[in-house]
Design a protein around this ligand. Structure first.
Ligand SMILES: Nc1ncnc2c1ncn2[C@@H]1O[C@H](COP(=O)(O)OP(=O)(O)O)[C@@H](O)[C@H]1O
Ligand SMILES: [Mg+2]
Length: 219
């Protein structure tokens, strides 16, 4: 459903060229949990930004369901991200003055089914006891799980998560990964991490170093 064809992203700094992503070809198929691994600075976030259309390639291309992302208009790209992609970031950011459920619902303004779907999701995921809590009454792991529910509630085709477990302990990290991985039944999940343990259950794992794909990738 999504693939990159020798995609590159080069940053021009004052006096140097940084090849953050260097001719990388990866693939995400429907029903997959795909991992992207690599040390800090290896280009993981940059690759994720390219895959999700947040940044445009300086070489190669990204195709999502046979549409070349950089050939879409800015508005089309924005709509694509909003309707078809969901995002989870490293820091589980929730609005402090809204409950868990309200935080999930602010992502879907005007969607009348969203409330039902959100409550159902919390229930299915065993998080119903959290719905009326404010973020300061949630642990880091619980907050991140609420962020995953928020990404899921608008039923994206692909969820992109950038180091979603980096600020969590092991037990909470695994719970967040389990939750994300469960979404592959509805579409696909792409998780960036530097912790190989989090990708034990992935269908496909790509490894990056200095912006390039390296072995061993589990394809
Ligand atoms: N906006 C930017 N301007 C210049 N260089 C950047 C920018 N963002 C990232 N880089 C550089 O690109 C490389 C890859 O960064 P990044 O994709 O954030 O890696 P990772 O997520 O694996 O830590 C690094 O060398 C980083 O310093
Ligand atoms: Mg990063």
């Amino acid at each position: 459903m999504l693939l990159t064809d020798e995609v590159s992203l080069t940053y021009l700094e004052a006096d140097r060229v940084v090849k953050a992503v260097d001719q990388v070809s990866v693939e995400v198929r429907h029903g997959e949990f795909v991992g992207i691994m690599g040390p800090s600075g290896s280009g993981k976030s940059s690759l994720l930004y390219l895959m999700s259309g947040l940044k445009l390639p300086t070489g190669g291309e990204v195709r999502y369901q046979n549409r070349v992302i950089h050939l879409l208009s800015e508005r089309e790209r924005m709509l694509l991200r909003r309707r078809e992609f969901g995002f989870v970031f490293q820091q589980p950011y929730l609005l402090p003055y809204l409950t868990a459920l309200e935080n999930v619902l602010v992502a879907v303004p005007g969607d009348r089914d969203a409330y039902q779907r959100a409550v159902q999701l919390f229930e299915q995921l065993g998080l119903l006891h959290l719905v009326n809590r404010y973020p300061h009454k949630l642990s880091g792991g619980e907050r991140q799980r609420v962020c995953v529910v928020r990404a899921m509630v608008h039923q994206p085709r692909i969820i992109f998560a950038d180091e979603p477990t980096a600020s969590l302990d092991h037990i909470n990290g695994h719970a967040v990964i389990r939750l994300l991985a469960s979404y592959r039944e509805q579409g696909a999940v792409v998780v960036v991490t530097h912790d190989p343990e989090m990708l034990a259950d992935a269908d496909r794992v790509y490894s990056l170093r200095d912006g390039r794909l390296v072995l061993p990738s589990r394809v």
